[in-house]
Design a protein around this ligand. Structure first.
Ligand SMILES: [Zn+2]
Length: 413
């Protein structure tokens, strides 16, 4: 007896319709027709069943604050300056209230895992982590919340920052990371993060090679450190917008080194398109990492939300499927194969980037979303609101779009 049977579903990359059986928290069977009885059944009626969505890079602590500090310039400098000013007033209750709204929305979208960076510095102290640790427990039924302890303001230029980061890891941070491009000594910044990662045996997550200035790329140094520390498969890099400025040969060299060190790359197009190339007066550059090219070289790549409704990204509802659509549009990914890649970048590959497994295979965790779409291309095109979400074998959320027409009223005009 199965716990669940989902019948007649389309699956990414497979022809025809399939039944999917769930036992406990795992996918037990995938077959054209499953005879075994199930305690509960869900008729998919040809809708697409996908591995649950993953947002591998988000900032819960500074989400949903645009109303408090709207943009006047729209520049990166303004975003950094005004967010730092606003941070001083963030209380634990305030961060939790906004965090809950984001997490509940994410669960409804079908995101069952999220990595949130939590800022730790003398301005916020450890408040952000204190706010998010209870949420990790409270929402475990619907979402796996990874907390990446994050030095947003630099390390070598901020008195006591390295100690604060270590305290945060002792308190229960899952991952360590920083934004080396804001540090006057970015190489030392990278080394300190790796030192802490080794001390706490945790994964590393950098905001890296962001912006469109002339500063040299740091990724070669991060690749070297990853090798030196034996941290292959444990490093994830977000933004990487400078990859967009490389020639094909330069990109290939870096791509092969990333593949060989098993470093994952995340494009954050909703933020990157908004912040990049502000000085271009015409024919404005897109400034999004060409991760489809890296995928061709065998690099694990993903797409993530990063921010919603703040100065870094005034837009968005936290739905990573919509950001995958944006990526497809901006990187001109129009073939069916490329649509499959976009979906994988928001599911399977995003999960892998943060050390999780989200695959539609027997034996894998039953984190699944049934979408109101009949194919992968339609899923990317429509990003449908209709979603039925399973987490660890439990049906945890259902959204149905209701729409009505009144043709008789129109005819009467
Ligand atoms: Zn970020």
């Amino acid at each position: 007896m199965l716990d669940w049977k989902i019948t007649g579903a389309g699956l990414p990359g497979r022809d025809g319709l399939w039944d999917v059986g769930i036992m406990g928290d795992r996918i037990s069977t995938i077959a054209p027709h499953i005879e075994t009885e199930a305690a509960r059944e869900l008729e998919a009626s040809g809708r697409l069943l996908i591995p649950a969505l993953v947002d591998a890079h988000f900032h819960l602590d500074k989400a949903l604050i645009y109303d408090r500090a709207p943009a006047y310039e729209g520049t990166f400098a303004e975003a950094m300056r005004e967010t730092l000013r606003l941070k001083q007033s963030f209380t634990i209750e305030d961060m939790q209230e906004r965090g809950r709204r984001v997490l509940e929305r994410a669960i409804a979208h079908g995101i069952t895992a999220i990595r949130s960076h939590v800022e730790v510095d003398p301005t916020l102290g450890l408040r952000s982590l204190e706010a998010m640790l209870p949420l990790r427990q409270q929402y475990a039924w619907g979402i796996t919340l990874q907390l990446a302890v994050f030095a947003q303001e630099g390390i070598t230029n901020v008195e006591g920052e390295a100690d604060l980061l270590r305290q945060a890891m002792h308190m229960g941070g899952d991952v360590i990371g920083s934004a080396p491009y804001v540090d006057p000594d970015p190489h030392r910044n990278v080394q300190i993060i790796f030192d802490i990662a080794q001390e706490f045996d945790c994964d590393v997550d950098f905001h890296l090679d962001f912006l469109d200035d002339d500063a040299p790329m740091l990724v070669p140094f991060v690749i070297e450190e990853t090798q030196r520390r034996g941290w292959q498969g444990r490093v994830c890099l977000g933004h990487m917008t400078k990859l967009a400025a490389l020639t094909p040969n330069e990109l290939t060299d870096i791509g092969l080194a990333l593949r060989d060190t098993n470093i994952s790359i995340l494009a954050l197009p909703a933020s990157d398109i908004y912040i990049m190339a502000r000085k271009d007066t015409h024919n404005v550059r897109r400034g999004v990492a060409p991760i489809h090219r890296l995928a061709e070289l065998g690099v694990n790549v993903g797409v993530a939300v990063n921010n919603t409704q703040n100065l870094f990204t005034p837009f968005g509802d936290g739905d990573v499927l919509k950001v995958a659509l944006l990526l497809a549009e901006v990187l001109q990914l129009g073939t069916i194969e490329q649509h499959r890649l976009c979906l994988e970048m928001a599911t399977t590959q995003a999960a892998r980037a943060i050390g999780l497994v989200h695959n539609l295979q027997e034996g894998c965790p039953a984190d699944l979303v049934l979408l109101g779409a009949s194919s992968v291309s339609e899923a990317i095109a429509l990003t449908p609101a209709d979603r039925t979400v399973f987490k660890s074998g439990h049906l945890i959320a259902q959204t149905t779009l209701q729409r009505s027409f009144s043709p008789s009223a129109a005819l009467a005009l």
